[in-house]
Write a protein that binds this ligand. Structure first.
Ligand SMILES: Nc1ncnc2c1ncn2[C@@H]1O[C@H](COP(=O)(O)OP(=O)(O)O)[C@@H](O)[C@H]1O
Ligand SMILES: [Mg+2]
Length: 366
């Protein structure tokens, strides 16, 4: 009987809970996606989670409540997905649940994801593996990004050096040179500032296809100011989040300016594209091909700008490699759960900066 693994990812964009039903094998095909779904975060839970990303009163209690709400939503999604595919809980070896990051402070040795894994195990009747970041942090790593290990396992190809760029709230790069070498880090904001600005000025949750950004003009003076942030010139290992690139970070650069909102949007999109391209240019080896995953792959204007900046290398979504760009990260957490059960390492020390390979995750038995 095939053992399935479920992966649950709820990223920094706070758009929804992605759930992927997978099976893995040491032989080809290494990963099969049986099905997936995304449950949008209800607006109240979304705003509670967003508030928890900043220091505030009574936050321990609020985190306790929000974590349970998140787990109930995730459990509903898991049960719905299994039902759709006629798979029972007993056929699922484990759920890998990332949870929702509310604070990421690798410089202080911690990263907090909430999502009540014990409640999730209770509601699904399946082993849940969660808390993937803390062991890497304990070993001196950033605890992030974790997906490069999965990218390397699934998509390394001795015939082609390639870079995988996951553009969620933040953007992270995985450079696969074709040999054992893997380089990976967060280049900076992906969609997070674009979403914030769109929500402020249009009432939409995001700028569909980058149409609004395309209607504006990049403001060179503003772009230069934003590019001067020291994060962009820091060397890897590095990872970042909403505690660093938050609305006040943007507002402080806008203070005293009277730019057209559409031009600011164009500038923010350019910031994402430029910081990705420059991060890649700073890597020791240069890939032959570029593959994009995460919600940013759906932003036609961002994809166009990346293609222009990274020419002559082709820029495509990971669909070209047979992996749906929407589910790559959720699949990665299913894989990390599998690795934990096998008692095999889930981190790449070269990426996170940890002292060595570590088995990631804490197990909450069904
Ligand atoms: N059609 C689209 N056009 C432009 N951007 C999109 C589109 N669909 C999704 N996105 C962007 O992708 C984000 C979600 O990407 P995702 O990979 O789920 O990020 P995260 O892992 O941070 O949750 C949305 O917040 C939005 O900014
Ligand atoms: Mg998401």
């Amino acid at each position: 009987m095939t053992a399935f693994h479920v992966g649950i990812m709820s990223g920094t964009s706070l758009d929804g809970v992605d759930i992927a039903l997978t099976s893995f094998s040491p032989a080809s095909p290494r990963a099969t996606l049986i099905g997936a779904l995304c449950l949008p975060l209800p607006p109240d839970l979304r705003s509670d989670l967003l508030a928890l990303c900043q220091p505030g009163a009574d936050e321990v209690r609020r985190a306790g409540i929000a974590g349970q709400q998140w787990a109930r939503l995730a459990a509903q999604g898991v049960n719905q997905l299994l039902q759709q595919h006629g798979i029972s809980a007993s056929q699922v070896a484990a759920i890998g649940s990332h949870g929702q990051t509310i604070r990421h402070h690798p410089e202080s040795g911690f990263s907090v994801q909430i999502g009540a894994p014990a409640l999730l195990a209770e509601l699904c009747g399946i082993d849940v593996i969660s808390d993937f970041r803390s062991r890497d942090l304990a070993a001196g790593g950033e605890g992030a990004p974790l997906v490069p290990a999965f990218h390397a396992w699934l998509l390394s190809d001795p015939e082609q050096s390639r870079v995988l760029i996951n553009i969620g709230g933040f953007a992270n790069l995985t450079l696969l040179s074709g040999d054992e070498q893997v380089c990976g880090f967060d280049s900076g904001p992906g969609n997070v500032l674009l979403d914030y600005w769109t929500q402020q000025h249009t009432g939409q949750l995001f700028d569909a296809d980058g149409t609004w950004a395309r209607s504006g003009q990049v403001i060179p003076g503003l772009l230069d100011r934003l590019l001067q942030d020291p994060y962009f010139s820091r060397t890897a290992p590095k990872s970042t989040g909403r505690e660093y690139f938050h609305p006040a970070w943007l507002q402080q650069h806008l203070d005293g300016r009277h730019d057209r909102p559409a031009d600011v949007q164009a500038t923010l999109l350019e910031l994402t594209a430029r910081t990705i391209a420059e991060a890649l240019a700073g890597c020791q080896s240069q890939p032959e091909a570029v593959y994009i995953c995460g919600g940013g792959a759906r932003n036609g204007f961002l994809m166009e700008r990346l293609q222009q900046l990274l020419v002559p290398r082709p820029v495509q979504s990971t669909a070209a490699l047979g992996v749906d760009p929407d589910w790559m990260e959720a699949m990665a957490f299913a894989w990390l759960a599998w690795r934990c059960q096998l008692r095999q390492s889930g981190n790449l020390p070269a990426v996170t900066g940890a002292k060595g390979k570590r088995i990631l995750g804490a197990i909450y038995p069904a």
